[in-house]
Design a protein around this ligand. Structure first.
Ligand code: SAH
Length: 281
């Protein structure tokens, strides 16, 4: 599908609009996909979360209506039902809507709930994946998520359950030779530490915390499971941050490459002129 098709869609007032759930990635605008970029250029309304970085918001054309719906660590935000109500109302009125989310929309992003709301309302949608925080922490934090002979698998888990409560039993996640990436876990580092130790993971298991991965303020701190709580209390550790547990995190010192201050993000330029005619969307 070409962009011209989107324009035709837009000029037909009787037709319902469409929603594109877009992953904005972890912050570096150079990590946006071409589909994400093009969706932003052809949107009429963008509903965006607090985790979406300013350089990415700067890529949205000035004429596009922007609605901030996100929350950040308990600050005021629109309830999920209200976000869905606005999204559905805008699309039902015929708008080309982008629902812009940090990272990947289907990774701890409630993307599935929004797809269900759209399906139930009969509104067409598509989903553009984004680079999830675990990938950014690994790449920019210089730690592979898997490594032959070190970690044979990786698990992404949230430290924040449906009603905020963390996982009670960490035994399914206390796997030697495995990497664990814990999203939304910084404030619950103490409970996570206790849970993983109680489940049998060794206190000297290497861990890392990466804050603001892929952004100029990125910081990585390394320690062990036995010191995780103190590590999470590191002064001025930037957020959002993810916790990585496993032997791969001990490779970061050796493999380190990222210099946040010196790094020039290969930002998507507004003059990008890319032919997406052969692309699937
Ligand atoms: N959909 C997002 C995750 C949303 S949950 C994704 O795929 O990445 C929010 C959590 O993601 C944060 O609490 C943090 O643990 C993690 N996170 C998001 N962006 C991050 C970043 N740039 N660096 C480190 N962690 C990040």
């Amino acid at each position: 599908m070409t962009l011209h098709t989107l324009d035709q869609h837009r000029s037909s007032p009787t037709r319902s609009g469409r929603v594109t759930l877009v992953g904005a990635g972890p912050g570096d605008p150079g990590l946006l996909t071409l589909h994400a970029y093009q969706a932003l250029q052809s949107a009429q309304v963008v509903l965006y979360d607090a985790l979406v970085s300013q350089p990415i918001l700067d890529l949205i054309p000035a004429t596009v209506e922007r609605i901030a719906v996100g929350k950040r660590c308990g600050q005021h935000s629109l309830p999920q039902a209200e976000i869905e109500r606005v999204m559905l109302a805008k699309a039902a009125a015929g708008a080309e809507v982008v629902r812009l989310k940090g990272g990947d929309p289907l990774m701890f992003g409630r993307g599935g709930e929004e797809m269900r709301a759209l399906r139930q309302a009969g509104i067409p949608y598509r989903v553009v994946p984004g680079v999830t925080a675990a990938s950014a922490c690994a790449s920019y934090g210089a730690m592979p998520l898997t490594q032959r002979g070190v970690a044979q698998g990786v698990t992404f888990v949230t430290g924040h359950g449906k009603d905020g409560e963390p996982i009670a039993d960490w035994s399914p996640y206390a796997i030697p030779g495995h990497t664990l990436v814990i999203y939304m876990g910084l404030k619950r580092a103490g409970i996570i530490q206790q849970g993983l130790l109680a489940a049998g993971l060794a206190a000297d298991t290497p861990v890392a915390i990466v804050g603001q991965a892929s952004q100029p303020g990125q910081q990585r701190v390394n320690g062990t499971l036995g010191t995780l709580t103190a590590l999470a209390d590191t002064p001025n550790l930037p957020t959002p941050a993810a916790i990585l547990v496993g032997e791969v995190t001990a490779l970061a010192e050796e493999l380190d490459w990222f210099e946040p201050e010196a790094f020039q993000a290969p930002a998507a330029s507004k003059s990008l002129n890319i032919n997406l005619d052969s692309a699937a969307m």
